[in-house]
Design a protein around this ligand. Structure first.
Ligand code: UD1
Length: 421
């Protein structure tokens, strides 16, 4: 297992190109199952989760080729089983459920287990698909779904689940009649999926609002589609500029989907401005330095849970305190104990963390527990005095494209090493 070794204390300066969004690419790649024709995707990030998705597509009968951010998927004779070996490494595999039911009338998908950040059930996906006529059994650890042609329905989600909304958008696109999704997720990645489906001939309205209307069509064609930029990667690099007291320009990063993150980073003492061409952002620490702010994670357009760990790293070295409340996942504070090992002052009580800023962090060996927790440890390591070794960075490789290469190019002393354990 690889580790990252970081010598902290160097301000980062330069330009970083933001990659395509992992969380948009995963459902959009999975939507290939719905198509009658080949499809080409561009701006696809080179990540472990993307390669897992391409392996799954291959197993399901849609062979895919990845070359330098460009993916071609060729729909073939579909198979309906998503095996445990793949699903256990990536929960988002469950996104094949809606497309398989819509296209094949059957899907056998290994039940995703719990994961480091919580139980993460898929009950909302299943009950919504049941409203469209699917019937599910749990069979030897597999969710086995069957249906005749799915029928449009009015579906109200108890919670605006991102994956559930995506599964239903895909299923309803090929269903018979109209589907209305109420209390749907409004995340930009859901909007990117809807835009992709529309490019393939789907009839969808209201994406980006909490009520989405889908008029089912008999078939979908291929197209060429560029995946949106990754707003979480962008937010992480903005935080890196602030925590190292450097200045970074991010390109391929529109910023329009990032208001909640930009507002909080500015309140925490960053100066952030759009670049002259409007397609990027420049960030540095403002004159007053970093300040404590309160952060509460919410579904979009609120502050994203996927940026909670990174902003917490920033608050660790800010003046004053900040309260961080996690409302989306029940167990997403595993970075806290590791940050404390680096000298942070954080008190945890249930879903709330009180972060009191300290003058500086010190390097230490730390362990990554999930994707965004890993990013927060890297940020802390970049700011800390001395050497930080981040272990188990395979989590980071699931979601950040060549992170240490990008950081090195803007002045970080960071290298990857094969772990001794
Ligand atoms: C997606 C993102 C993830 C992000 C999350 C919230 C992808 C691949 N992953 O995850 O990075 O952190 O949105 O923005 O896009 N829930 C249920 N039952 C369900 C579905 C969800 O109880 O059927 C709960 C989950 O356990 C969790 C909460 O709802 O506590 C949010 O989950 P959801 O919005 O579905 O997130 P994901 O799609 O899994």
């Amino acid at each position: 297992m690889d580790t990252l070794i970081i010598e902290g204390g160097r301000p980062l300066r330069g330009t970083v190109t933001i990659s395509g969004a992992k969380n948009a690419a995963l459902p959009i790649l999975m939507a290939s199952i719905l198509l009658d024709e080949p499809v080409i995707y561009t701006n696809v990030p080179d990540l472990r989760d993307i390669h897992t998705t391409l392996r799954l597509l291959d197993i399901l009968g849609c062979p895919a080729q990845f070359r330098a951010g460009r993916v071609r998927v060729e729909p073939g004779a579909l198979r309906t089983e998503a095996p445990y070996d793949l699903v256990k490494t990536m929960r988002a595999s469950v996104l094949c459920l809606g497309p398989l039911l819509a296209r094949m009338g059957e899907a056998r998908v290994s039940m995703p287990g719990g994961c480091a950040i919580g139980a993460r059930p898929v009950d909302l996906h299943l009950s919504a698909l049941e409203r469209m006529g699917a019937v599910f059994n749990l069979d030897e650890g597999y969710i086995h779904g069957r249906c005749a042609r799915l029928k449009g329905a009015r579906i109200q989600f108890d919670f605006p689940t991102v994956g559930g909304t995506e599964n239903l958008l895909m299923a309803a696109s090929l269903a018979e009649g109209d589907t209305v999704l109420e209390n749907a997720a409004r995340e930009p990645e859901v909007v990117d999926l809807a835009n992709f489906l529309i490019r393939c001939g789907a009839r969808i309205e209201g994406h980006g609002s909490s009520e989405i209307r889908i008029h089912g069509v008999p078939g979908l064609h291929g197209c060429e589609y560029a995946i949106m930029p990754d707003r979480i990667e962008a937010g992480t690099f903005l935080a890196a500029a602030g925590i190292t007291d450097g200045e970074l320009t991010l390109v391929n990063c529109p910023g329009s989907d990032m208001e909640a993150v930009l507002d909080k980073l500015k309140a925490a003492g960053l100066s952030i401005a759009p670049t002259a061409d409007g397609r990027g952002l420049t960030a540095r620490r403002a004159a007053g330095g970093l300040r404590g702010v309160d952060v509460s994670t919410r579904p979009h357009p609120g502050f994203p849970t996927d940026m909670q760990a990174q902003i917490m790293a920033l608050l660790c070295v800010a003046q004053g305190s900040g309260i961080v409340e996690e409302n989306i996942f029940e167990n997403r504070f595993m970075h806290v104990q590791e940050l404390v090992r680096m000298g942070a002052d954080i008190r945890l009580s249930g879903s709330t963390a009180v972060v009191r800023g300290v003058p500086g962090l010190t390097g230490a060996p730390v362990m990554a527990s999930d994707l965004r927790a890993s990013a927060s440890l890297v940020l802390a390591g970049l700011a800390a005095r001395g050497v930080t070794t981040v272990q188990r960075i395979y989590h980071l490789d699931r979601g950040y494209e060549h992170m240490e290469v990008k950081l090195r190019a803007v002045g970080a002393a960071i290298r990857r090493a094969a772990a001794r354990d």
